[in-house]
Ligand binder design. Structure first.
Ligand code: NAP
Length: 254
């Protein structure tokens, strides 16, 4: 949780991948800032934990189990927010997976397709239904969770890097298409962040090795990503659309 507070009273938000890591922190922050939050993730019980945390802090939330590779489920998620609270103003397309760590010449095509499906197609499926809902609501703001690996390569992560790069093209294109109608679309590019995505797959020694790649000498926290994300969702970012915002401890500065 950060010390930054925005006023999202009366605003309705949808967050994917909201049961863990960065998405969970964004959902909690949105709830604490007055938004009604649809907490969406693969596992409904895991969503319920976050929904309960938001409610315990005095906020409003509802769980919605959905796999982002299922376009119909993301259409239903938007319909659920509209039915429950009367519209949709904010969406954070955050769900993502790391994929296997292998060089491109050895990457199994099925694993490639799965990473692209979750990390890229899943964002399109979400936007496909979020944008019309935001137009119906009179405007809105979308944040797509890219990565520093949306702008630089990283060995042994070809589909992840490709998906995160492609997300920027998708973000810019949708931003151009809907700028005049009051829907802003931006991308956030975190460097390595301390979440289960990393800690579940890497040893403490490997985590230390990653920390050393950042000029700040550490990896980031989910709160540092949610602070930027909530700013982009907020009216304070009213002239910001179609752009890619890094939160990377200097990773890409050299
Ligand atoms: P995380 O802690 O693993 O959270 C991601 C959540 O998304 C998990 O709850 C996961 O569920 C869920 N998810 C996975 N596949 C899904 C699907 N098909 N449909 C719906 N939900 C799905 O990871 P995180 O680190 O917070 O990552 C969030 C986003 O930030 C991702 O897009 C990631 O690429 C991006 N990012 C992370 C870092 C980092 O260093 N952590 C850096 C840059 C960008 P399960 O746990 O059940 O799989």
């Amino acid at each position: 949780m950060t010390d930054i507070r925005f006023d999202f009273n009366g605003r309705i938000a949808l967050v994917t991948g909201a049961a863990s890591g960065i998405g969970r922190d964004i959902a909690l922050e949105l709830g604490a800032s007055g938004a009604s939050v649809l907490v969406s993730d693969l596992d409904g019980a895991a969503c319920d934990h976050v929904t309960a945390e938001i409610a315990e802090a005095g906020g409003t939330a509802r769980s919605f189990a959905a796999d982002v590779t299922d376009e119909a489920a993301l259409k239903e998620a938007v319909a659920c927010a509209e039915a429950q609270w009367g519209g949709l103003h904010m969406a954070v397309n955050n769900a993502g997976i790391g994929g296997r760590s292998l060089p491109t010449g050895e990457y199994p095509a099925d694993d490639w397709r799965r990473v692209i499906d979750v990390n890229l197609n899943g964002v399109f499926y979400g936007m496909r239904w979020q944008i019309p809902a935001m137009l119906r609501a009179g405007g809105g703001s979308i944040v797509n969770m890219s990565s520093i690996l949306g702008s630089v390569g990283f060995a042994n992560a070809a589909p992840y890097v490709a998906a995160k790069h492609a997300l920027l093209g998708l973000t810019r294109t949708a931003a151009m298409e809907y700028a005049a109608q009051g829907v802003r679309v931006n991308a956030v590019g975190p460097a390595f962040i301390d979440t289960p995505l990393l800690s579940a797959n890497l040893s403490p020694e490997m985590m230390q090795g990653l920390a050393a790649l950042h000029p700040m000498g550490r990896i980031g926290t989910p709160a540092e990503v949610s602070a930027l994300t909530l700013f982009l969702l907020s009216g304070r970012a009213s002239f910001i659309t179609g752009s890619y915002h890094l939160v990377d401890g200097g990773y890409t500065a050299p």
